[in-house]
Design a binder for this molecule. Structure first.
Ligand SMILES: O=P(O)(O)OC[C@H]1O[C@H](O[C@H]2O[C@H](CO)[C@@H](O)[C@H](O)[C@H]2O)[C@H](O)[C@@H](O)[C@@H]1O
Length: 381
């Protein structure tokens, strides 16, 4: 068995919603069989048993209906809660008390630049960048989420001085087609598709093409299948868009009328009932279908650090900049390692494991410029 297969088989598990259903099912089947299987017990009169059975089946179906209804409602609530129209966006000129105290806990990475540099003394800075909402602004059409030329130049400069990785939920080829920079690591599909240029990397393949790591490769046929089903079942929902991200699928509802959100949630969750090896997560107006393996942007970050030779050392200061829930896995890893800093891109207070914040991609670009300027200066002195 390969390392990847060991990882997959050890860590694959059933989604919690399926478990909930299975528990109800198994509880009910034991209720159904108890009186007929035990020969030591007197037989329960047939009539009572049939009535009981009918009642139990009826209440079971009702229970399943309620369970599934409340699960869909829970998804709709999550969808609404994370939608900007439902978030109290702070006024930049008169921030709320909540926003002020959040900024104390997660100060601007630009204001904290000197402290970040101080922490990097004697260490190698490694830069991790999310794509959507971090390097490119969020736009209505995911196929047109281009980054600006200026941002590309900033990332190119950063990559000249620091090992740099783009970590995205998107398919790796797609994110590469936006960034268009060689010499970087790219981790697509939420880190499940990693490729990068390295010298002497541990996970290097026998040829010279650098790292290639795809821990969910056995899920490809299933992802393709569910992608087709999702396209078919959502095609009548105006504005819904299904995006095949190779090892995961995104179902966008940004352009769907809010009244139809519960239909989206219902459609996606009911399809997923047929795929217990896949799970549902949530991003910025997008539902994401992913394999249940324990692999995420945090694991990808650890993998990349190890791949770069910084697995077991303190001589590294990883900086991870991202705007999405999925980036929290990486922020958490940094916090737990007590190494480097997570930087959340957000205009509004959010629960986060990041240490610092930046408001928008324009500030991300400023931060990248400052890193490069500092490095150039320190190289010249
Ligand atoms: O990890 P990321 O690079 O942040 O990718 C996460 C998802 O980003 C994309 O969707 C988001 O950006 C779109 C373009 O601005 C926007 O229209 C959409 O509403 C956002 O959710 C991408 O299309 C998804 O596949 C990624 O999973």
């Amino acid at each position: 068995m390969t390392k990847q297969n060991v990882l997959i088989s050890a860590e694959k598990n059933v989604s919690s919603s399926t478990l909930a259903l299975t528990t109800i099912m198994s509880k009910s089947s034991s209720m159904f069989s108890s009186s007929s299987t035990s020969s030591s017990k007197p037989p329960v009169p047939q009539t009572n048993n049939s009535i009981n059975l009918a009642i139990t089946r009826k209440s079971l179906l009702k229970q399943l209906e309620i369970e599934s209804g409340s699960r869909i409602n829970a998804w709709v609530e999550t969808m609404k809660a994370s939608s900007p129209t439902h978030i109290k966006s702070p006024d930049a000129f008169s921030p709320t008390e909540e926003h002020r105290s959040w900024m104390v806990q997660h100060p601007s990475a630009l204001n904290m630049f000197e402290q970040i540099i101080k922490a990097s003394q004697g260490k190698k800075i490694v830069v991790f960048l999310d794509y959507d909402g971090t390097l490119s602004p969020i736009v209505a059409d995911p196929d047109r989420a281009y980054m600006s030329k200026q941002m590309r130049a900033a990332v190119r400069d950063v990559a000249k001085f620091f090992p740099t990785a783009i970590v995205s939920g998107r398919c790796r080829d797609q994110v590469y087609s936006f960034v268009k920079l060689a010499g970087l690591y790219y981790a697509g599909s939420h880190g499940m598709d990693i490729r990068g240029p390295t010298k002497g990397a541990k996970y290097k393949k026998s040829n010279d093409q650098g790292v290639l790591f795809q821990p969910a490769s056995e899920f490809l046929p299933m992802i393709d299948e569910v992608n087709k089903v999702l396209i078919e079942k959502t095609k009548s929902i105006d504005g819904a868009k299904v995006e095949n991200n190779k090892f995961c699928v995104s179902v966008h509802y940004r352009n769907v009328d809010e009244k139809q959100w519960s239909l989206i949630a219902e459609t996606v969750t009911s399809i997923l009932k047929e795929y217990p090896e896949l799970k549902l997560t949530h991003g910025r107006k997008v539902l994401e279908i992913r394999p249940t393996i324990k692999w995420d942007k945090g694991k990808a970050l650890e993998f990349l650090l190890e791949s770069l030779g910084f697995g077991n050392t303190n001589d590294v200061l990883p900086l991870y900049i991202g705007d999405d829930r999925t980036d929290e896995d990486a922020f958490k890893v940094l916090r737990e390692r007590g190494q480097g800093f997570g930087i959340l891109v957000s205009k509004s207070p959010k629960e986060t494991n990041a240490s610092y914040s930046l408001q928008e991609p324009a500030e991300v670009m400023d931060f990248l410029h400052r890193l490069v300027d500092w490095k150039k200066l320190s190289n010249s002195t």
